[in-house]
Design a binder for this molecule. Structure first.
Ligand SMILES: [Fe+2]
Length: 583
């Protein structure tokens, strides 16, 4: 039986496909469309998934969406009657809901078929239930507390429940207009970061400040009994104007969600491009601290209710790696699982597994241990891509060498990295979720303090306050980090041991932390081998790993990797067995 999961008409549009409850492929549409967080209908992702499963769209048995416009209708009606939001907001939401409902029509149109040809049963899974499912149903736990926190989805800002076997039971919800994601978004906008998804920049900035504005943040977000939190709505606009996103050219955009009262409380907002002052750093640190207080307030309450040591976390806020790294210290949970695409893309996978396990009552048989579920290219395709760019490569004084022996390939690449070269590393299946995890990565030597500036100057051109992340051999985590717990998805930040910080300055953030990826030999043998070879040369089992891109979605196709290599000042590109070196 084939189940197709879809996240559509929402940021990070995506698709995944299951055969008999086993994931075969999962990918975000932005990688094909080449627009970050692309938010339309994921036609190309669906086509890729069908190809991977070797089936046509007519053969799909179930299509699962991570939205259910009919969910929480009573709440929505009550809100409309009580708050009287603008007519534009009501119309916009009704339009979005009807687009979601017309999914069969859309697929038929995109695939050039009459809708009657599609035998698939369509299931609409409430947004946060899909988030919960995306974490629990692919987790290694038989039982877990499951928590979802994000901006909004289907009129809910957070939800928690209990996962047991193949069943999820929802316990409580926090409804619109209250949302921690919205709180983070509002202050991110106040700080002058206005592009969709800019919250992660503020997380990087927070390390430079002191949480000196904590009392003001406590005025904005209140903590209530029952683990709940509530926004002080005088500082927000979304309850009146809506927090809906627009995505005309596919790129999602959010309107300003804070009210003029926010500027009276925090002072005038920073306009984009204005210099960043200590005051902005303190606001970022205060925001992060209040977010953590509210999150741990909820998590501790959930633990008290369920007394289960395992936690699964999902939703856009589960991408807050700073908070995630503190769960072990600030809550009684002993085991934590956050999958690679914890944000909205992952909702496609949650919806699909919800249908397979919960609706169709199949037992669980799949655990998501790695993130490598995207497109892969054969050696012939890589060679063809290189040949097609031969003239440009010659003009750039490039030497191309094919190294068939994998250990030799890793050794040569490690030598280049240890010699201070910036290396594009393109191997195997592309990563699912927002992080490059050693298959579409740019790699560099973490021992060189200046590497951050080199990468920013030559390729990434990011804000200087944003850190670069380490990939570390799983077996060496304890030696370098204060917390020894695997994180193959680079979704938690741990403290780097004080005595190791000077050894790996390029991946040590200003507060002594690192957002690590732990690399196990069984999950990615080639990447593990590469780090191992680097360790043999340098005695350091760590690489600096940043996504293979230049202000664009992570490269998917080898042509995009070659484009990025030729356009920037990357020194080496390793495409499968082919090593291309600028001389
Ligand atoms: Fe969400």
């Amino acid at each position: 039986m084939i189940v197709l999961g879809i996240n559509a008409y929402h940021a990070d549009s995506s698709a995944c496909i299951l055969r008999n409850g086993e994931l075969l492929a999962a990918v975000e549409e932005e990688r094909f469309e080449r627009i970050k967080h692309w938010a339309g209908f994921p036609t190309q992702s669906i086509k890729y998934c069908l190809g991977k499963a070797g089936v046509s769209i007519e053969e799909i048995d179930h299509i699962a969406m991570n939205r259910n416009p009919k969910a929480n209708l009573l709440r929505k009606t009550w809100f409309v009657l009580r708050q009287r939001p603008s007519l534009a907001l009501i119309k916009d939401r009704a339009q979005n809901a009807s687009t979601v409902i017309d999914i069969k029509k859309t697929i038929a149109k995109e695939f050039g078929l009459p809708a009657e040809k599609l035998k698939a049963k369509i299931s609409y899974v409430e947004h946060h239930i899909a988030h919960l499912a995306s974490a629990f149903l692919v987790s290694p736990f038989e039982q877990a507390a499951v928590v979802s926190v994000d901006g909004f989805g289907d009129f809910v800002g957070a939800m928690w429940g209990i996962g047991s076997g193949n069943h999820l039971k929802v316990e409580e919800k926090i409804y619109f207009p209250h949302s921690l994601g919205l709180f983070y978004l509002a202050i991110t906008q106040w700080l002058g970061f206005t592009q969709y998804g800019d919250e992660y920049k503020v997380m990087g900035l927070a390390a430079y400040g002191e949480p000196s504005e904590q009392s003001k943040m406590r005025e904005i977000v209140k903590l209530n009994s029952s683990g709940q939190f509530g926004l002080n709505l005088r500082y927000f606009l979304h309850q009146v104007k809506g927090a809906s996103m627009t995505f005309e050219a596919g790129e999602p955009q959010m309107g300003i969600v804070f009210s003029p009262e926010m500027e009276r409380l925090l002072g005038p907002r920073r306009t984009p491009g204005e210099p960043i002052t200590h005051r902005h750093e303190h606001i970022a640190a205060s925001l992060q601290q209040r977010y953590e207080e509210a999150l741990f307030h909820l998590l501790n309450y959930v633990y008290e209710q369920v007394k289960i040591p395992n936690l699964c976390l999902a939703g856009g806020c589960a991408m807050n790696s700073l908070a995630n790294g503190k769960i072990f210290h600030r809550t009684p949970f002993k085991e934590v699982y956050i999958q690679a695409a914890a944000g909205d893309a992952g909702g496609a996978m949650g919806a699909a597994f919800h249908v397979w396990n919960q609706t169709l009552q199949h037992p669980r048989s799949f655990v998501l241990k790695s993130a490598y579920w995207g497109p892969q290219f054969s050696e012939a395709e890589l060679s063809e891509a290189i040949d097609s760019r031969n003239n440009e490569l010659v003009k750039s004084n490039c030497k191309i060498e094919k190294i068939d022996d994998k250990i030799a390939l890793c050794r040569h690449t490690a030598q280049e990295i240890a010699a201070g070269k910036v290396v594009g590393w393109f191997q195997g299946r592309m990563e699912w979720g927002p992080r490059a995890l050693g298959n579409r990565s740019i790699l560099a030597d973490p021992r060189k303090k200046e590497m951050k500036d080199i990468l920013n100057e030559r390729i990434k051109r990011r804000e200087s306050f944003r850190p670069f992340a380490p990939s570390i051999l799983l077996e060496s985590v304890d030696e370098y980090f204060e917390q020894d717990y695997p994180d193959p998805f680079m979704i938690k930040v741990y403290m780097i041991r004080a005595e190791k910080r000077d050894l790996i300055p390029a991946v040590t953030h200003v507060d002594g932390t690192g957002r690590l990826q732990t690399v196990a030999e069984k999950d990615n043998p080639l990447y593990w081998r590469l780090i191992k070879e680097f360790e043999k040369i340098t005695q350091v089992p760590v690489l600096l790993n940043t996504s293979f891109n230049e202000n664009e979605p992570i490269v998917c196709h080898p042509q995009e990797a070659l484009d990025c290599f030729l356009r920037t000042r990357m020194d080496v590109l390793v495409l499968g067995p082919y090593m291309i070196k600028r001389s």
